[in-house]
Design a protein around this ligand. Structure first.
Ligand code: GGG
Length: 352
């Protein structure tokens, strides 16, 4: 198979981990006789530094022209404490999602058995956890009108959802539930928010079309608690943009570390595959970032964008073996991990 993959490392540890994700794609192409070609583009802080724009037109054009995008992360601490900054790395990420119509963000919370002990949650509660989140990605408070009132002392962000936007993400989640354990949990805050009441109404209206899927509605505060108390009760979860962002960071603890969670953003155009973690400037350049989220994102890319299931499973099996062999990156090591089994970012990639 011939495919063109755009590598967009972005900021901070995005650079280090995406390099490993790309190497794994190269190994897969060699092993299975595929011809993958690569191009590279800028986004985020590195793009602002080079062009003044967090998502240069050239990057967007390359994304549209490619068969899939392997993306890293965006962010830089210098903007975090500067509320007056007019241009921010995250604007590049949001614009990319909107321009490419990437409305569905799939975040599998997969716990590798070997990492049962790496979590702060008790193993007997965790064992067998396997959740697939659908985070809506192009609506909600992220994209509504925002600003300051005339007094300058009052700020607002407006959350908005249309029936169409809720329906298309809900359908994706229902379809996925059908291929799994046939359980769908829709998370909202319908006791308070009008957008959530519309959300619940749409999911309820769709449910009769999927009689084989058991649907449950849960308030986001309850879901936050249940994820830690009883993660195995969840199969597929569908939720709004902001709730999905927060809940999946929480759910990363089920998988042992943020460094283990991959994601796929899909919709109207080229799919984008990236770790759920950000740029992590506190550990950038130290060689201790866990590259497995990028590697597992590459596996999602092969499966979802190219339909290469065997190749994708080969990557997941290699990650499983690496962990079974006892290797760890710093974030998933514990007191019992021998120092010589703790790998740096590049070495973890080479071990696969
Ligand atoms: N790889 C994910 C990433 O770069 N996240 C940084 C970020 O700013 N995310 C905003 C969001 O997805 O809500």
């Amino acid at each position: 198979m011939k495919k063109n993959i755009l590598i967009v490392p972005g900021d901070g540890i995005g650079q280090e981990v995406t390099e490993v994700g790309k190497k794994v794609l190269e190994k897969i192409a060699e092993k299975f006789g595929h011809e993958f070609t690569y191009d590279e583009a800028l986004i985020g802080h590195v793009a602002i530094e080079a062009t003044g724009n967090p998502l240069p037109d050239e990057t967007l054009e390359k994304m549209r022209a490619s068969d899939a995008v392997l993306f890293g992360a965006v962010g830089h601490p210098k903007y975090d404490n500067d509320p007056s900054a007019k241009v921010r790395p995250e604007q590049g990420l949001l614009k990319m999602r909107k321009e490419l119509g990437l409305y569905a963000n799939l975040r599998p919370i997969k716990l590798f058995d070997e990492l049962l002990e790496a979590s702060s949650i008790k193993p007997e509660i965790l064992k067998g956890s396997d959740i697939l989140f659908f985070r809506e990605l192009t609506g909600d408070i992220y994209f509504g009108e925002k600003g300051r009132k005339n007094d300058g002392d009052t700020a607002y962000d407006i959350a908005e959802y249309s029936r169409f936007e809720v329906e298309r993400i809900a359908r994706k989640a229902f379809d996925a539930a059908r291929t799994r354990r046939k359980k769908l949990c829709s998370v909202d805050k319908a006791n308070v928010l009008e957008t959530s009441r519309l959300w619940r109404e749409v999911v309820q209206q769709l449910a009769p079309e999927y009689p084989d899927v058991e649907v449950e509605h849960m308030f986001v505060d309850s879901a936050a608690m249940m994820l830690i108390k009883d993660p195995r009760r969840f199969d597929v979860v569908v939720t709004a943009n902001l709730f999905g962002d927060i809940l999946t960071d929480e759910a990363s603890q089920i998988a042992g570390s943020m460094g283990m969670l991959a994601s796929a953003s899909i919709g109207d155009s080229t799919g984008v595959y990236e770790p759920i973690h950000g740029s992590a400037h506190d550990i950038t350049g130290k060689g201790i970032a866990n590259p497995l989220a990028s590697v597992l994102s590459a596996a999602l890319l092969l499966d979802i964008s190219f339909g290469l299931k065997e190749e994708s499973d080969t990557i997941i099996a290699a990650v499983d073996k690496l962990l079974k062999d006892g290797f760890r990156t710093r974030d998933i090591a514990d007191a019992s991990t021998p120092e010589n089994m703790i790998l740096n970012t590049q070495a973890a990639g080479e071990e696969l």
